[in-house]
Write a protein that binds this ligand. Sequence first.
Ligand code: SF4
Length: 516
Amino acid sequence: MIDERGRGAGRTNEIYGGDMAHGLNHCCGVFGIIGHSEAARLAYLGLYALQHRGQESCGIATTNLGAMFVERGMGEVADVFDGDRLDRLPGRAAIGHVRYSTAGASNLANSQPVRIESRRGSIALGHNGNLVNAGQLRVHLEQQGSIFTSSSDTEVLLHLLARSECEGILDALIDAVGQARGAFTMTLLTNESLMGVRDPLGFRPLSIGHVDGAIVLASETCAFDLIGAQFIRDVQPGEVIEIGDQAVGSEAALKAIAAGPGAAAPGFRSMQPWRRQPERRCIFEHVYFARPDSQLFGAGVMDGRKRMGTILAQEAPTDADMVVPVPDGGTFAALGYAAEAGLPFEPALIRNHYVGRTFIEPRQAIRHFGVKVKLNPVASVTKGKRVVLVDDSIVRGTTSAKIVEMMRNAGAREVHVRVSSPPYVSPCYYGIDTPYRDDLVAANYSADEICEQIGADSLAYLSHAGLQRSLPDGDVSYCGACFTGEYPTPLGSELESRMELFEPVGSGPAKAHRGH
Ligand code: SF4
């Protein structure tokens, strides 16, 4: 999807670049490794592969089993880290984090991993997701004397962890996380071990693999591919794992990891301490956020997107001459649509891959300049043709209108827009940066009205049932609240109180918009 920025729209001159082009932005990606002499460099590469999950800040923490080291910075991985900086991260274990802020301001204080010193020693934490009860927890902690240094809900988790009366770090983690509600996939590093956690509903992904005897955790398997790691399995919803040095290079540990939750071996423990609940994986990860070369929640992302396009073609066929994707989000759904409809697939919208995050606009306004910097139609292909334009979603609708107009200016005789997900009608509170409901075009207008607004000849969305059918277990295991408004956790006043707490007036460069 190419659409206008959501909560970050207050920043001027921000270009439609990379996945930042999206009207929705992911919050974070996490990585962890233990037992490798180049832990920091592999974390760096892992974050490189996960860059699409967050571009505002990034960081790496390492331990040499005696001391902990952290380097963080604002910007993308390639900008923040160079050889010298990685050399300041010694040790055989590391966690890494890429962030796009969905709760808390975009500043260095909120970047991750966050490190604390506690009676249990140094602990570093990287978090993907949003806690829906972070506001309440923070009020409670402050009343008991806790002092916060950031506006991130991740710090709430660290306070709970540090204050837990449980003895061992794993029990303290279970105690802390058990008080949180919402979406949280985390990697933690202590001077003794690497830990990974997924919330009981399993909103956000976390996979476990191995490379050269080292054990690796990552939000998506594309990070494993880059470092040559082998995928073992997904960390399960509600599962907490702890990996110590004894597990490194151990066949018994690999067997225990592969065996699933509850298994143990020297240096490895796994448990599912909370009441089992129906899974609620984020279906939008499959629609847009995850990289197409990842295996996510047990399914190939690219395959799922093609099936979305196939089912979309069955549900919403049209007479046309060609199928054109809106890159990159619509590409694989367009392939599926074209194959099912028996139409040629023509990548006739060319994306400029070298667009930076800022640009200097011409003094004289050029119509739709922002979109044109990013995308350009190939008129020789589209001239006189009836085009099916496939995109993964429409959030605000404004950029869709510009793209339709660009296609018409490039000579397209008809433009039929097909969207490979249902109308996006409700904000996400589980780690996706979404505009206000008032700004979600599908929350306020019918498909016919949106079709008219964007100037298309026809507009059709994939049905929710169709989206569910495109994925294994799609009908039972996924959250689809942004399409249905049916949230799998209680919301309400907690979110209101939380935003007051986390975005106080005058708190610096906080987000201009509310939402998560
Ligand atoms: S509301 Fe939508 S984006 Fe948020 S977790 Fe659920 S499916 Fe994903």
